[in-house]
Write a protein that binds this ligand. Structure first.
Ligand code: ADP
Length: 291
């Protein structure tokens, strides 16, 4: 229950103090009409509290793993300030327009769309909040996604405008939160969890990335970024820990090469971990079994 209220704001106790929330997050009015996503059955938004924790790597490999299991999958790069999906998919195609809609290019069994396909390489996106929200709505509404079993949305890190726009436009989206185990990342994830709960967007689970490293000479797990953070978060918020992934050289190399590991080396240990993650996600969302 709120313990305080000002015009459009209210205050609630949170661990370690109080937090003010802006009311319009909750009562944001009518949903925008987005014809491009009318044929999409499920939305999976991959979020993180902090940048650099492997959110895009998880979004790309999860999307490919779902497609490999016969699902019709789209991948939307909503990380408008730092779109990495063109690099990670090795795609530089300019989408073509048809009938007033953009046709998303296809690769690795996915339909993909990114602001990075529409701007010059190396050009920064220097936009304020309303511009970003407008662009995101166009990437959802004016792209011919067609009939999809799921659209995986790679959100930018943090709790800013883009995440709020996606949560508002896709109230039925399920969130997957990616984090590393260390306290500095977990602290930001807690904020993201509070935000999505406040927006009423369900959180499907947590993926703990870079949870350990094994050098080539030994099986000993070295917890470079600490350990146990994902499990502690899962207990605190009663959110399932969907996967714990190691630091994996092949995963990093495949991202830089533009060939997702799940596609180029489906038998690799990290690809198998993504396959298990995809199964858990499909089960959690009751995705129709592939025909
Ligand atoms: P974010 O989207 O959170 O900013 P990225 O997915 O872009 O993070 O990953 C940041 C860097 O870390 C990339 O170079 C990526 O290849 C690498 N990376 C991500 N996850 C792993 C992992 N499990 N093992 C090794 N490298 C990883």
């Amino acid at each position: 229950m709120p313990v305080g209220r000002r015009r459009n704001w209210w205050c609630e106790p949170v661990r370690g103090g109080y937090k003010w929330w802006y009311q319009s997050l909750k009562n944001a009015g009518a949903l925008p009409v987005l014809p491009g996503i009318e044929g999409v059955a499920h939305f999976i938004a991959v979020a993180s509290g902090k940048g650099g924790v492997g959110k895009t790597t998880v979004a790309v490999n999860l999307a490919v793993a779902l497609a490999q299991r016969g699902r019709r999958v789209g991948l939307l790069d909503a990380d408008v300030y730092g779109p990495s999906i063109p690099v990670m998919l090795g795609l530089r195609a300019r989408p073509i327009a048809s009938g007033g809609m953009l046709v998303p290019p296809e690769c690795f069994g996915l339909k993909a769309m990114s602001i990075g396909f529409l701007i010059e390489e190396d050009q920064p996106v220097i936009w304020r909040g309303p511009m970003v929200s407008k662009a995101l709505m166009e990437l959802m509404g004016k792209v011919a996604w067609g009939a999809l079993d799921c659209l995986v949305v790679d959100l930018p890190p943090g709790t800013g405008d883009p995440s709020i726009t996606v949560a508002r436009c896709l109230p039925k989206a399920s969130i997957i939160i990616v984090t590393t185990p260390q306290p500095v990342a977990i602290a930001d994830v807690r904020k993201a969890v509070f935000m999505f709960r406040r927006l009423g967007t369900p959180i499907l689970g947590i993926v703990e990335n870079m949870a350990w490293f094994c050098c080539t000479h030994s099986d000993e797990r070295i917890p470079i970024f600490g350990s146990g953070g994902g499990e502690a978060l899962s207990r605190e918020f009663e959110i399932p820990l969907l996967a714990s992934l190691p630091i994996d050289l092949a995963l990093r190399e495949s991202g830089d090469l533009g060939e997702p590991l799940t596609a180029s080396q489906p038998e690799a240990p990290a690809s198998q971990a993504f396959a298990r993650l995809a199964e858990r996600v499909a089960k959690g969302l009751h995705l129709a079994p592939a025909e």
